[in-house]
Design a protein around this ligand. Structure first.
Ligand code: FDA
Length: 406
C-alpha cells in the first residue's frame, strides 16, 4: 500500500505538541502525533500539584529567560493567555486565580489533557503511542520519519519532546538531538525552577527548621550571568536538603554554579509596607526585650532564635547588644548571602533552561530558518518561563504560531 503523506508529524504529545496538532488539524491539516510514552500528558497531569497552573493572566515577555529575550514577543502577542482562557472557558473547566495571575483548575489537571484531546479529535488528528521514533531524515521535499512500526512521510516535522526534567516520566533530549543532527546550535540545558542544596556551615542551624515557610525577598544572578539578575518577593521553604519554595525556584533559574544568592528575610514583609527594618533595629522601646523576641515580632520565633544564636545573641537583652553586633545581625537578616552547593537536578526541576538556540528559528513560525518544514516548539526551545503558568503559556503560544505556518 502506498504511504500517505501527512501535512505534519508532531513528535511528542505533551502540552505544546497536542495543542499545536489540534489547532493545525482544525485549519485543515492532516496531522499525526507520535509519542514514545505509555500515557500522554503526564507533565500536565502532575503540574500545579495536580491542578495545572495552565496559564498566567499577566504573562508577557518579561516572564521568560532566553539568550534572545525578544524571541517570545511575536508568539505571545499572537496567542496571549486571554486566548487560552477563552478556550478553557468554552470547555466549562472551572478555574481560579491563586496568586499573581496564576490560573489553576478547580478540580483536576486531567481536564486540560481531556480538552487537548478533544481539540485534536475535532480535527481528526491521528495519535499513536507508545511508538519509538528511530530516525528523521529529509528526502527531496519530504520528511521521512522511521519508527518501530514503520515509515511515515510528511511535509513538516514538529519537534515537541519537551525538556529534561523528570526523566522517570519519559523526558528525553530527542528534540535537541534532532536540532544537532541538522546543524542547529543548542544552548546547554540546565535544570531550572529547582530547589537548591547547601553544604555551607551557615546553613547548619537552619536544617532543624525544615518545613518552615515565610515570605522573603531573594536576589540571584548578576549582570554578567547568562540570563542577568533577578529579584523576587515570594515564599521560601526550608527543607532538609536546602531551600525551596517559589522564591528559591524562581531564583534558581538565574543562578549559576559558584555564585551566591542573596536573601532579605524581611524584605517581602517590608515591601508590603508592614514595617521598616531600620525602625526595628533602632527602636529604643526594645531596650529591655530579648534579641530573639524583637526578631520574632516580624518572623517565626524558631527562625528568630536561629539567627540570634548564629550571632551569639540568644537570650541577650537589646540594651546589652553593641552597635556593631546589631549591625552584623541586621546584615545577616537583610542580606544573607550564601553559595548554594548545587541544585536538586533533573529529578526535581520543573523546567529546562537552554535548548534549541532561537537564533536558528523564525520567531513568527518556530521553523528552523535553514530547514524548511522542521519546527521546534515548547520547552525544547531556549525559552524558559518564570514559575506561575508561564511555561504552559509558552507551550500554547509557540504551538499556535507553528500550527498556523504548517
Ligand atoms: P511536555 O513535557 O509536556 O511533552 C513532551 C512529550 O514528548 C511527552 O509526551 C513525552 O513523552 C514526549 N517525548 C519525549 N521524548 C520523546 C521521544 N524521544 N520520542 C517521542 N516522544 C517523546 N508549567 C506551568 O506553566 N505551570 C505548572 O503548573 C507547571 N507545573 C509543573 C510541575 C512539574 C512537576 C513539572 C515537571 C513541570 C511543570 N511545569 C509547569 C512545566 C510544564 O509541564 C512544561 O513546561 C510543559 O509541559 C512543556 O510542554 P512541552 O509540550 O514542551 O513538553
Amino acid at each position: 500500500m502506498a504511504h500517505k503523506t501527512w501535512d505534519a508529524i508532531v513528535i511528542g504529545g505533551g502540552a505544546a505538541g497536542l495543542f499545536c496538532a489540534g489547532v493545525a488539524s482544525q485549519l485543515g491539516k492532516r496531522v499525526l502525533v507520535l509519542d514514545h510514552a505509555d500515557v500522554l500528558g503526564e507533565k500536565i497531569r502532575i503540574s500545579g500539584g495536580g491542578r495545572c497552573n495552565f496559564t498566567n493572566i499577566h504573562s508577557n515577555p518579561s516572564h521568560f529567560l532566553s539568550l534572545n529575550p525578544h524571541f517570545v514577543k511575536s508568539a505571545l502577542a499572537r496567542y496571549p493567555s486571554s486566548e487560552f482562557i477563552k478556550l478553557v472557558q468554552s470547555y466549562r473547566i472551572a478555574h481560579h486565580e491563586k496568586h499573581q495571575g496564576q490560573l489553576f483548575c478547580d478540580d483536576s489537571a486531567k481536564q486540560i489533557i481531556e480538552m487537548l484531546f478533544s481539540e485534536c479529535a475535532k480535527g481528526n488528528v491521528k495519535i499513536r503511542y507508545p511508538e519509538t521514533i528511530q530516525t528523521i531524515e529529509k528526502e527531496a521535499d519530504e520528511w521521512i520519519v522511521k519508527t518501530n512500526v514503520g515509515i511515515e512521510r510528511t511535509k513538516s516535522v514538529v519537534m515537541a519532546t519537551g525538556g529534561l526534567p523528570v526523566p522517570a516520566i519519559g523526558a528525553t533530549a530527542y528534540s535537541l538531538d534532532i536540532a544537532k543532527q541538522f546543524g542547529l546550535q543548542v544552548v546547554e540545558p540546565r535544570p531550572a525552577l529547582v530547589p537548591l542544596s547547601f553544604t555551607s556551615g551557615e546553613f547548619e542551624n537552619l536544617i532543624e527548621l525544615a518545613g518552615l515557610s515565610l515570605p522573603v525577598r531573594i536576589a540571584s544572578g548578576s549582570k554578567g550571568s547568562r540570563y542577568g539578575a533577578c529579584r523576587f518577593n515570594e515564599d521560601l521553604l526550608l527543607t532538609h536538603k536546602g531551600l525551596s519554595g517559589p522564591a528559591v525556584l524562581q531564583a534558581s533559574s538565574y543562578w549559576t554554579e559558584g555564585e551566591q544568592i542573596h536573601i532579605d528575610w524581611l524584605g517581602a514583609v517590608e515591601a508590603n509596607g508592614q514595617f521598616d527594618c531600620d525602625d526595628l533595629f533602632n527602636d529604643e522601646d526594645n531596650r529591655l526585650k530579648l534579641t530573639e523576641n524583637i526578631l520574632a515580632s516580624v518572623m517565626p520565633m524558631r527562625l528568630a532564635k536561629a539567627f540570634a544564636e548564629q550571632k551569639n545573641l540568644l537570650g541577650r537583652k537589646w540594651a546589652e547588644v553593641s552597635k556593631k553586633d546589631r549591625q552584623t545581625l541586621k546584615e545577616l537578616i537583610s542580606n544573607w548571602s550564601v553559595k548554594p552547593a548545587g541544585t536538586l537536578g533533573w529529578k526535581k526541576a520543573e523546567v529546562m533552561l537552554g535548548g534549541v538556540d532561537t537564533k536558528a528559528l523564525d520567531s513568527q513560525t518556530m521553523m528552523a530558518r535553514n530547514h524548511p518544514g522542521l519546527y521546534f516548539i515548547g520547552e525544547c526551545v531556549d525559552v524558559t518561563g518564570h514559575l506561575g503558568g508561564h511555561n504552559f503559556q509558552w507551550a500554547w503560544a509557540s504551538g499556535f504560531a507553528c500550527a498556523h505556518s504548517l
